[in-house]
Design a protein around this ligand. Structure first.
Ligand code: ZN
Length: 273
């Protein structure tokens, strides 16, 4: 599943090809993905200019003067910039054409989304899918103080509080395990039992790990969005993730795997207290 770094790298990859470009066509090859495609999307977009791109959580935003196109990659989606004469393949459900190029969304499992939010409906931040999202981990609103304040009444395990996404977005399953390892916090610790000093370490770990993943993804950007690009997770050297039974890279204790909220968590029982 694409996580925040993949979406941000995708945004950075497609932005120079889209910003300032006029939409010349829209191709929809299915009735929809997770939700139906917006009615009359071609009439809405053709002739209008993509002013800027943005991202909120894992939602990619293409901003027009009269509204915002929201794209979500779901479980299996990926976006590419292609010459407009490249024939679509089986799972290529959506194209946004800008003259000689197009933005193509391929989504085999169809859990992704393409939605339109008209400017007259108000701020994009108030969109049904965006308004419950927590703060962006790489922006100024995110801090140890924020984590501390927001968790005073949260007795569930810190790993699950991170995954819930209502306090901070974009800390998915891999990055939650890795951040908690770097912060030396046991993933089962009730969130309200964690003090400010440990949240300082956690906030720093989350920022560092997400920024490093984006930076690493940026170095593979050409492949990621190119004709022959591979989608999916960036190859990274994880400390805990998917390393059950292997020795901790710090203390050699075997990495333990547990299940929390039906998701696998990996941690070092010695390093993380
Ligand atoms: Zn260890």
């Amino acid at each position: 599943m694409p996580e925040l770094p993949e979406v941000e790298v995708t945004r950075r990859g497609v932005a120079p090809h889209l910003e300032g470009q006029v939409v010349t066509g829209v191709a929809l090859r299915h009735t929809g993905l997770r939700w139906p495609f917006p009615a009359a999307l071609a009439q809405t977009l053709v002739g209008h200019t993509v002013r800027s791109t943005g991202r909120r959580g894992k939602y990619l935003l293409l901003n027009f003067d009269h509204g915002t196109l929201i794209i979500h990659l779901g479980m299996s989606g990926h976006l590419r910039i292609l010459p407009s004469d490249v024939p679509p393949k089986k799972h290529d459900h959506f194209d946004l054409e800008t003259g000689s190029q197009l933005l193509r969304l391929s989504d085999p499992r169809r859990f992704g989304a393409v939605l339109w939010h008209a400017a007259e409906e108000g701020s994009i931040e108030n969109h049904l899918l965006l308004r419950t999202l927590g703060v962006e981990p790489l922006e100024a609103g995110f801090s140890a103080q924020w984590l501390y304040q927001q968790t005073r009444k949260r007795s569930s395990a810190i790993k699950q509080v991170l995954l819930a996404g209502d306090i901070v977005v974009g800390v998915g399953n891999i990055y939650a395990s890795e951040s908690l390892f770097q912060a030396r916090i046991n993933p089962r610790t009730p969130a309200h039992r964690i003090g400010l000093a440990r949240y300082e370490r956690l906030a720093e770990a989350i920022r560092q790990i997400l920024a490093a993943a984006i930076e690493q993804g940026g170095s593979t950007l050409k492949d990621f969005i190119g004709v022959n690009g591979q989608s999916g997770y960036f190859q990274q050297n994880y400390f805990t993730y998917a390393r059950a039974g292997e020795p901790c890279r710090i203390c050699k204790t075997p990495i333990r795997q547990i299940v929390q909220g039906q998701r696998s968590t990996f941690y070092c029982p010695n390093c993380q207290k």
